[in-house]
Design a protein around this ligand. Sequence first.
Ligand SMILES: NC(=O)c1ccc[n+]([C@@H]2O[C@H](COP(=O)([O-])OP(=O)(O)OC[C@H]3O[C@@H](n4cnc5c(N)ncnc54)[C@H](O)[C@@H]3O)[C@@H](O)[C@H]2O)c1
Length: 334
Amino acid sequence: MTRVQEKSFSGHASVSLVTGAAGFLGSHLVDRLLSKGHQVVGIDNLSTGNPENLKNALSDKKKFHFIQADVTLNPELPELKYDYIWHLASPASPVDYRRLSIETLLVNSAGTKNILDIALRHKAKFLLASTSEVYGDPLVHPQKEDYWGNVNPIGERACYDESKRFAEALTTEYRRRFGLDARIIRIFNTYGPRMRIQDGRVIPNFISQALRGEPLTVYGNGNQTRSFVYIDNEVEGIMRAMFYENTDGEVINIGNPQEYTILEVARIVAQLCRVELNIIYESLPSDDPTRRSPDLSKARALLGWKPSIPFEIGLTKTIDYFVQRKLKDQVSKK
Ligand SMILES: NC(=O)c1ccc[n+]([C@@H]2O[C@H](COP(=O)([O-])OP(=O)(O)OC[C@H]3O[C@@H](n4cnc5c(N)ncnc54)[C@H](O)[C@@H]3O)[C@@H](O)[C@H]2O)c1
């Protein structure tokens, strides 16, 4: 496991292109790259992102440039020599990708092709943000990168799962046929500040319901498990996957193997929000996986990476963020 010197351009800072820059993960990545001295160009069509996530970055006018554009439409970029290309653009929550199903299929197929072509032209290092959803409703636990998955190609989640699988295949072919320096990371459930309250995923759902004093909605009997990685850990894993040696051609899980049942998550959130635990049960959405958890041996061996931030600590920071947002929204409504 070796950390490599980052490429620099004509004596200038390294130049990164981040797609999906205004999203939850993309904006944290942009902040980290800027703090490392990178010059960053961010692209986002704001379909699920929020420019407010880029407030810090936008204040650094010398180092950060934002383009509001759709990557499926081959956007024009500032004339720079890009060293690193991070392809994160795609709706990510089930609520978003069901609403934007065709757009999701297109951003992960045509959009990925456009960004791969840019990476080839610039001889840049490329990273695809894929997902644990490529494993579908897995039949083996925990999931290793060589597991092929159990995916319904015409189910409600197929627009996301199958287009990410296509994006992985396309990235692999660009490397095989054209020698592109490319790696794929499979991100497992990530949480933290800048998630949207209406994002539909379990953590923002529970926190917003608890803060409003409402019962927490549990789908199914609540015994299905999930694992969660805090955003700062996730971004560190993503950065190592790009910057460490021997990651070209690799597919790497980045997540947290510690599993919680949904009922346990509800109990912890209620406790941290200091509210009594009340639950309402609703039926389970179709193709909802009952269990998913990453095998991290590869991330450990290649990147020396594992998650370190305890769930309660990450949740407390996330709850603080939602409290701040709620106060801000209340002030702006006055
Ligand atoms: N958050 C997670 O737990 C998680 C888990 C697995 C994989 N991922 C992957 O990580 C990436 C980022 O996810 P996120 O949670 O930050 O989601 P997000 O919705 O917050 O961010 C995605 C961003 O992509 C932008 N976008 C969507 N389509 C676009 C297009 N056609 N052109 C330009 N921009 C476009 C959106 O506006 C948004 O800002 C996604 O590729 C997602 O599949 C995330």
